[in-house]
Design a protein around this ligand. Sequence first.
Ligand code: NOJ
Length: 719
Amino acid sequence: MKDYDERIKELLGKMTLEEKVGQLQQCGPSLVGAFVVSFEELLNMMFDGRISQEEFGRLMGTAEQDFHEEDLRAGRIGSYNGVGDAETVNRLQKIAVEETRLGIPLLFGYDVIHGFKTVTPIPLAESCAWEPDLWERTGRMAADEATAAGVHMTFAPMVDAAKDARWGRVSEGAGEDALLNGLYGAAKVKGFQGEDLSRKDSMAACVKHFAAYGAGEAGRDYNRVDMSEQRLYEEYLPAYKACIDAGARAVMPAFNDINGVPCSVSRKLLRDILREDWGFDGMTVSDSNAIAECVDHGIAEDKRDAAKQAILAGMDMDMSSNSYIENMKELVESGEVPMDVLDEAVANILRVKFELGLFDDPYRTDSQRESQTMGKPEYRALGREAAQKSMVLLKNDGVLPLAKEKKIGIIGELASDRGEMTGAWAIGANGDDCISLTDACDARGIPYTYSKDGKNILKMAIESDVLIAVIGERKDESGEAASRASITLKPEDEELLKGLHTFGKPVVVILFNGRPLAIPQLNETASAILEAWHPGVEAGNALLDILYGEVNPSGKLTTTFPYTTGQCPMYYAHINTGRPGGRSKFTSKYLDTPLEPVYPFGYGLSYTSYEYSGLKVEKTEKAFRISAEVKNTGDRAGDEIVQCYVQDVVAKRVRPVKELKDFAKVSLEPGEEKEVVFEIPFEKLGYYDREMNYVVEPGLFRFYVGGNSRDTLMAESVL
Ligand code: NOJ
């Protein structure tokens, strides 16, 4: 990457104090219109039912956006959040470049979480493909579309490993495992940023939420995180570090506190770990309003105090709280914030603007490129591939794939509600872009009968050979501020299923959801369960591809499905305790629920079967070489995700019963057998000892290879 230090220094030399502070300010358009409450309050009114969704839509339709242009002209804005159309971006950029004293270009940030126009499956779903190459390709596509709309930076990837299914934002990351989150995040960073950040189709990645946002107590959003240093370093930080190592140019500190210090004001996170230990020289941007929220955390007296603490800790840009713009000038003038500290924050932001090429070409797009880029056929095809690879077959008694001649009856709103296909965080797309299951049936001429709510379906049930229930969560039931205290199916879905079973026909359940659900009964009663998650714009096509066997499902869970909510947090890499759960009374277990999950991490079926054999472990000079044979014992070609786990049997701190260390996706024709080999360097087998030293200790290790975290072969070796 080019070194822009000289140009940054020169620019800083010309900037007034006000102009410097302006660079730290990120704001979104405010809404002004026919309502006298704030946008947040209006949203609250809709969510708590004081106004209907339609009324909300009507009011929003009458509202106008205020882009704070006077502030922009005066050099008081360095960045916008949430502006995603080429015309507006270029209009605002023109003001910045032509009408401000120094002409410093704006940086436009946007939440491009799983696609922009061509919305791909939610991240939790896409992670179930276990395919870094796919993750990178969909990231590249998102960057092409988003940059065409004027976006320079995406607030993604989110790599918060999440072990608690109650947390709504489980949907936005790659599941419970740090290694997988790191690989997913690194692939996204490469995809978003491309080979050269200054290319018009590259956008900067902003890794979030630093750190351990997924570990909030009781799965409640924004809640405290209290954990040992060792755990933080072993189970959470590696995912963020993998993204920094992949070259991510921005980092968003998390809302939560860790051990009593909100991440937004954590010098340890933002300076010691991020910059000193990891060598990060990009920019940090707060989460929305997070600096001001330090007052609510009870760690700052007021916004001024919060601003001071945040910038001293290493927070460069203030998203939406106005804490910097209102107080920083005075804080610097009074000497409470040294000019050097301010300069460093400004330099970090300017560096990213230089790298994006904004000083050479502030207008990276126009309306023509925008309209030519969105939703191209090859992008729709990629969206479909991603959806096919993300779905996980949880159960199948043989009813799937469906024979063409079977008459199908489809039940459930989610089978036809296009707007629900995308899941949380899909701002650039709408229902018109989506293909639902019933749309796809119509397009392919597949006859079906359909009932939205499962009422009065006697005739339909009698005439159908197979009933397909499409149930689960609507898109606003996961994502931000969507924690659930109970992760079961909804009572109305339970009722519906009960009713369907009375007809004695096979019931295939398609699940739409943004988190693991506790579905032990469903596992008992359904003939087949296909976990579709929120599959994106190509939902219906991908579903039919799998239901009719044109595609053999290959997705595997990256998150554990518990029996019951009370088991949360539940994850495969747990420790043994001194009394591992067993049959005797005084062991670590529950009285009223099994110890095992319904579906373990790494689990997923296909229309063929695989057999594992011949696990061998050899020691080379610097690594363990683990090999096993995998055979396709069924009659269809398939892709099997082969997983390799390790256990350090005796150590100075208790270690997980197994930890994922590597995996491979292997294509196998019917009857074909392949050898799969993993090389695990010794240095990857370490942990943090009681004094926080990373140590790799000699001793016994167990190696597990299999198609999920539960059903594995095991072999041992000594280091
Ligand atoms: C709040 C969310 O926590 C964060 O993930 C997102 O990027 C910002 N809002 C901006 O929309």
